[in-house]
Design a protein around this ligand. Structure first.
Ligand SMILES: Nc1ncnc2c1ncn2[C@@H]1O[C@H](COP(=O)(O)OP(=O)(O)OP(=O)(O)O)[C@@H](O)[C@H]1O
Ligand SMILES: [Mg+2]
Length: 251
């Protein structure tokens, strides 16, 4: 990968559901180590955009590139193999399994296939070690043996990030990881994002402006599917059109 090639690039991506345009000519780059936050009102098309990057949704036109390679038509699993991981706006954990088992399944999904002989397939012990290591790194090991259904919602949201990290991604997409959290839990989630590997590229949707401005080194504002502004947090916060959209909200 040359220095000029971003981890992730969107080129003129468009998507409509019937007459409803949810993505309009969106282009953006994510570099290694970047913390890029997408903001925008409800229904602006943020999740739809993440779904197109993850491969859960097909764009109508435009291209999505990982390391300069076109993945626009590849399924989610193939994108995961190329280093992309994500969380969902709604919790997708296995509620009846333990914290550890959830992370282990994440590792297995990416590295455990006995059918893929050319892969970095790991044995059972390695998979367990890896799951343990991720929980330790994120300081969640005290939850390892707890059933997910018994965890607080805040801990569950942290665990979702742990599961996404299980695949050792280079790009992490987070769809509103702090939604529904108390201020204290939000603080913990922010701390967790701060401890993520420095070289990881993170593209995150977030509503809480305090979180946005404490984490982001780049902010993109979506409005009716369109990029209204994109740039350094302070520049975006001072942008006239952004201020109009947020109608005096303290951004
Ligand atoms: N599969 C679908 N079919 C039809 N319309 C859809 C579909 N998915 C989303 N929409 C609509 O597209 C628009 C954008 O939705 P999207 O979920 O991307 O917005 P969002 O910015 O993530 O909103 P929120 O902040 O509420 O999560 C909304 O009006 C939504 O109702
Ligand atoms: Mg959404």
């Amino acid at each position: 990968m040359s220095e000029a090639t971003p981890l992730l690039r969107l080129e003129h991506v468009n998507k409509a559901f019937g007459s409803l345009v949810v993505t309009r000519d969106v282009s953006l780059d994510l570099a290694a180590g970047q913390r890029h936050v997408i903001i925008g009102p409800n229904g602006a098309g943020k999740t739809s955009l993440i779904n197109q990057i993850g491969g859960q949704l097909q764009p109508d036109s435009g291209r999505i590139l990982l390391d300069g390679r076109d993945v626009t038509r590849l399924p989610p699993e193939a994108r995961a193999q190329r280093g992309l991981a994500r969380t969902f706006q709604k919790n997708t954990l296995f509620q009846r399994l333990s914290t550890f088992e959830n992370v282990r399944l994440g590792v297995q999904a990416r590295f455990g296939s006995i059918f893929d002989l050319a892969s970095r397939a790991l044995g059972r012990d390695d998979i367990n070690d890896r799951a343990q290591d991720i929980l330790a790194r994120l300081r969640l090991n005290h939850l390892a043996d707890k059933r997910v259904s018994s965890l607080s919602y805040g801990d569950q949201r942290q665990l979702e990030v742990a599961v996404a990290l299980a695949g050792d991604p280079r790009i992490l997409l987070l769809d509103e990881p702090t939604s529904g959290l108390s201020p204290a839990e939000t603080g913990q989630l922010v701390d967790l994002v701060r401890t993520l590997p420095a070289e990881l590229g993170v593209l995150m949707i977030e509503h809480d402006m305090e979180v946005v401005f404490s984490l982001a080194d780049r902010v993109t504002v979506l409005y009716y599917g369109e990029v209204l502004a994109s740039g350094l947090p302070d520049d975006v916060a001072g942008n006239e059109r952004v201020r109009e959209v947020y109608l005096g909200a303290s951004i």
